[in-house]
Unconditional design. Structure first.
Length: 84
């Protein structure tokens, strides 16, 4: 299973938890009123953040073209080129 799926799933669960923390959400799920509201909101924000970090870490990196090697002019480095 791709790692991005876990990131999207964590973000989705965080968004649902954030929606449940609203007054209408608490009325719809009365058993959640036992948990203090600030714990629900903090947990939801953490889940959303973790999900975004996971998704971004599995995105394709555009700099993975090859190994960068320096271009020398004498003993001075004047640039870099990508070796495939």
């Amino acid at each position: 299973m791709n790692g991005k799926v876990f990131g999207y799933l964590a973000s989705f669960i965080g968004l649902v938890a954030l929606l449940v923390s609203t007054p209408k959400g608490l009325a719809f799920f009365p058993f959640i009123e036992v948990i203090p509201l600030k714990f629900i909101v903090i947990g939801a924000i953490i889940l959303i953040g973790v999900g975004v970090i996971i998704v971004m870490s599995y995105s394709p990196n555009k700099t993975k073209l090859g190994k960068e090697v320096p271009i020398y002019k004498g003993k001075e480095i004047v640039g870099y080129r990508v070796m495939k």
